[in-house]
Design a protein around this ligand. Structure first.
Ligand code: 13P
Length: 291
């Protein structure tokens, strides 16, 4: 299938009231597991690499693996750079072949956030078929190198959201509505559903134009996930759940096979466990069969 950027895929999800899973990966085994699971479910897919894994493997290596897997897959797949606060590294990854770039200037003042987001958006649009995600307000918790303390987190102002998307020309928009990166401290975190609805109405009222992103998927209850999608969430980010699955599965496998020295078997166990997780998320997000 031709490689696509995320915007069209997510506009379709917005119209169809489902969400596309955007899954963070840190290595090849996770990457293959995510792609195989999405193919099995015939679901559109966004593969995400944060800044640290992108730098560790190198943007060109990640992009080359992505291209090899995506070109032969019978589903649409994007490669997304997640939460990058460095404008120059956003451009490096766009040059390397990432199809969606998130410039996270959400810790900056409003006008500076607009300036940086617009710079990356203009660059990506000039370069080719690359979409850009921007964020307004801040999501608490830790995602890779971006750390936001709970008392530092600020929710997105709906009027500013409209100004932000209009002035930056961004393709996809992540408003902070109370979700957080990492593990939630309570089963029912306080989310601002009304705020999400207001933002969705203001930006996508009569006709969807800028798909909305929900960060902090790990730990949200299924009914909450469904509600966020019904209010306009079209891209759903999941990271911590997959990191825990990788580490716990590796630990359990090694603990119960202390005499075995066959890395392939550890990889196989991790791949199966990640695939199961991804299948759970794809079903929950309603994207099964939409690819
Ligand atoms: P979690 O780690 O809470 O799943 O959040 C993922 C995310 O939002 C990545 O951008």
């Amino acid at each position: 299938m031709p490689i696509v950027n995320a915007k069209e895929m997510l506009l379709e999800a917005t119209r169809g009231k489902y969400a596309v899973g955007a899954f963070n990966v840190t290595n090849l085994i996770q990457l293959e597991a995510v792609v195989e699971a999405a193919i099995g479910k015939q679901a559109p897919l966004i593969i995400q690499a944060s800044v640290a894994p992108s730098k560790f493997l190198g943007p060109n290596v990640i992009a080359a693996i992505f291209k090899t897997l995506a070109e032969t897959a019978p589903i649409p797949i994007c490669l997304h750079l997640d939460h990058c606060s460095d404008v120059e590294f956003c451009k490096t990854c766009a040059d390397a072949g990432y199809t969606n770039i998130m410039i996270d200037a959400s810790k900056q003042e409003f006008q500076e956030n607009i300036r940086q987001t617009k710079e990356v958006t203009d660059y990506c649009h000039t370069l080719g078929n690359i979409s850009v995600e921007g964020e307004l307000g801040t999501v608490s918790g830790i995602e890779d190198q971006v750390k936001v303390a709970e008392d530092e987190a600020a929710l997105c102002d709906p009027k500013e959201a409209l100004e932000f998307v209009d002035q930056t020309g961004v393709d996809i928009f992540a408003p902070a509505i109370g979700t957080a990166h990492g593990v939630y401290k309570t089963k029912n975190p306080k989310l601002d559903f009304d705020r999400l609805k207001k933002i969705a109405d203001l930006i996508n009222g009569s006709q969807p134009r800028i798909p909305l992103v929900i960060h902090g998927g790990t730990g949200l209850q299924p009914d909450v996930v469904k509600k966020l999608i019904s209010l306009g969430g079209a891209k759903f980010n999941v990271s911590t759940d997959l990191k825990h699955t990788l580490i716990n599965t590796t630990y359990d496998y090694i603990s119960s096979h202390r005499d075995e020295y066959n890395p392939g078997k550890i990889d196989a166990a991790v791949k199966e466990a990640i695939k199961e997780k991804i299948e759970y998320w794809i079903d929950l997000l309603g994207s099964t069969g939409k690819g």
